[in-house]
Design a protein around this ligand. Sequence first.
Ligand SMILES: Nc1ncnc2c1ncn2[C@@H]1O[C@H](COP(=O)(O)OP(=O)(O)O)[C@@H](O)[C@H]1O
Ligand SMILES: O=C(O)C1=C[C@@H](OP(=O)(O)O)[C@@H](O)[C@H](O)C1
Length: 878
Amino acid sequence: MSQNVLDRNGSIVLIGMRGVGKTTLGTIASKALNWPFYDSDLIFEERQKVSVAHFIHTHGWDLFRRIESDILYDILPSNPKGKVIACGGGIIELERNRTLLKKFRDEYGYVIHVLREKEPVLAYLQSSPAYPPFLHETAIEAWDRRATFFRECCSYEFVSLTVPIPQGREGIITPDQTLALKPVETDFFRLLRFIHGVDTNKVLGLGGPRRSYILSLTFDDIRKAIPLLEDLSLGIDVWELRVDLLAEWDLTFISFQVATLRHHSTLPILFTLRTRGHGGRYPDVTPELSDSASIERHAQLLQHALHLGIEYVDIQFGAPESTMRSLLQHKRNSSILTSYTDWSGKLNWNHPQTRVLYESMRGWNPDLMMIVGVAKTFEDNMALRQFVGDRRIHPPLIAVNMGPEGKISRVLNPTLSPLSHPLLPRPAAPGQVSFYEAQTILYLTGLLPPKTFYLLGTPKLRNTSSIPTITITTTTMSAPTIHAINTAFQTLGLPYTYQKFELEKAHENGQLDLEDVGRRLREQMYGGGPHVGEDGVGTGGGSNTHTFGGASSSVPLPLQEGITKHLGLGHVTRHARIIGAVDIITVVPYTPLPSATSATIPTVVAGYCTSNSNGHGHPQTDPASSFGGPTNTTTTVTTLSGDNTAWRAIKSCLLRSLTPSNIITKETTALVLVSGRGGIKGTMATSGSGSIASARGAVYALYLIGVVRIWIWVCNNDVKSGEDVSRGFEGVDGGLLKVRVVQDLGEILRETKQGERDRWALPTMIISAIPSSSFSDHSSGNGLGLQLEHFSDAGGVAIDLDLASPSSGHSDLLKLAKEKRDRGVLWAGVEGIEVLLEQVYEQCRIWTGRRAPKNKVRKRMMTEYEEVWRSWRSLREG
Ligand SMILES: Nc1ncnc2c1ncn2[C@@H]1O[C@H](COP(=O)(O)OP(=O)(O)O)[C@@H](O)[C@H]1O
Ligand SMILES: O=C(O)C1=C[C@@H](OP(=O)(O)O)[C@@H](O)[C@H](O)C1
């Protein structure tokens, strides 16, 4: 690796053993990036007009290698950009090829070594007739011998963990086989996004007011941690992988450990190789005492972290300078943390020497720093806080004390505080506390103020219809969401509560009386008006300032109905402004943003760069999320910020369900079904503006994942509502985004059948914001006219935003998707409850600044919904 900043367009070259999955990954990457794919074996076969195996059988290995090398020299130098290139497994056998690969790597950067578990690959090779036998050695021998060559030539390493792929007929790839590869795609895209800098999966705002935490995985084998990961991840931001504690320090073993952890968790990783002198298990490495082989080995292990695209790499201060320099020089998108752990107890936070130590560590220009001392008295913690002062910001400084007396320093340290967890085999350092304990101490010492959040609901709606609709969700749906969010708060150890916000008045149609809501909200926030200015900015100090945390509404509140003014929103996020609806309100510090009035849609690239679902990153410009977490600073100026969670939930569900075969391109189309203002005759679907806002959320989510051709269809030919859905979206991105309102669903079939040049294809994504009951209640036999013919033969995703019971069989959309799947076309169906769950996770993230404890939240939500669905059933049955 020679350059620290790479051109994102540099071609991706895949190398690795036979059968590990280079062609598979290459095909996936080429589709996602929309780059041509070259496979050296295929080029060979095209040129020689015979299979590789047959050629080797007749002409021998030497001639094959010579021609293969010529192909490499043909394609590599002439395609430095915008291509995905897979090389034959034996390409690294010739030195001249290795030289070329290394040169390419040094100039353009992306040579990825692909690995997979030995056993399944060897079994595959044995069963496949396509491979010629190795010369003078077994496949295992070749495997081991070549590993060094691959590593010598690569800049990155990717482990494609084996997933079970259902058997299919020779030469035919079935939908289920494609779906099986989804986890492989997810893992590979994570690496690609990282190395391209599209999403480096970093914790944002380190050194700022939001508290962040790190958990050391002290296992000797990460596989043991897998069943515990959900519980262990509670409240934390980064996994520390203690490589020194692993059973082996073999590079391949480490690669698989990292891949396994990533396969099960999206959290970023800190790669730490603690030496004995610093409290770890790895032999000490010092420039004076270690031999050159040990120094090199140590450097190689750290370099390996960079090859794996690890987010944070720890290097101990005092490591050989050459190792420090090389790591910092080649870090690219990895962040380097320099650390100093003093086990001797000599470090004195008051002593000038500690300042000298700090300055010399900082002199290396690391991205993060960590200094760990030992507390003998409580005062040592005071000294530590005083030492940290303003030093905590540039670069962010982690400073803690070990030992029982040092516990409090871990609670008070705001940046990536190292925690423990009762489920760990052992704490990584003495005196570590758990996340739950840390929150409790913060609460008891007044540093984590209790908060109350409200669910905006109308007074009891007398619903006599037997059909559940979106409108009545406001009341009937509140209980499960309230329980689910409270479960999240309790699990996270946060002193927060979420409760119903009963209003005195509602409009006749059951809609919220916004003026009333706004008045009551401000009462909660500031103890009644005097502190609130016209602009919605309050100066704090009101009697309830410390308890009001925010509010949410299960029906999106359209911005155009005076909501900003009535609710006193001092800020509305860019997403909510574009969609034109708010469904969550948060108290945020007031920071006027220059972009506060100009809503612009960010540009996106289709495919791989769109999935940031880790849930711990917070856009800096988005106060609702960046300040959502508990802080220890009392803010004097606060305001209410409105945001929208529905689109994020839809986006997550879409990305989760898309398979490698329906990668999004500029040709991808989607269909959004809306009930509109008029509702649907014969049903209770008078969801009005709420349905339009949901549909706008869907359009926005589609657009952000790269879909630029979107059809809108509104019930009853309600063109006006259709225009409300599409308004402002057409022509975005230099005219790239096209939203077309169709009058009847037949139009889509006619359009896609016509042989015009730029015709739209059938949708691979269909999202319905229509109460599902209305599909079948509609007078025409086939509900709204949606047919199997509307579903693309390329497969896709259908999402029904309605919350009918999955077992009630109400949703025609999902029934059709299933029927299509039964016919061998891979259509995934997503129930409304799944979208709602994602929305609840998002709500939790915005209000707490933490990822929701998903398993517990889901369990609670489902239990509550079973109750709701049961009551609906009994209502229907009479
Ligand atoms: N992660 C994986 N899990 C399971 N099977 C895989 C995985 N990656 C690839 N395969 C399968 O292994 C076989 C070889 O993959 P291929 O991409 O042709 O390897 P290569 O190009 O490296 O020789 C194919 O049948 C492919 O479906
Ligand atoms: O290992 C090898 O020497 C070979 C690997 C094959 O490529 P894949 O790794 O793409 O299967 C192909 O070039 C040929 O059969 C020789």
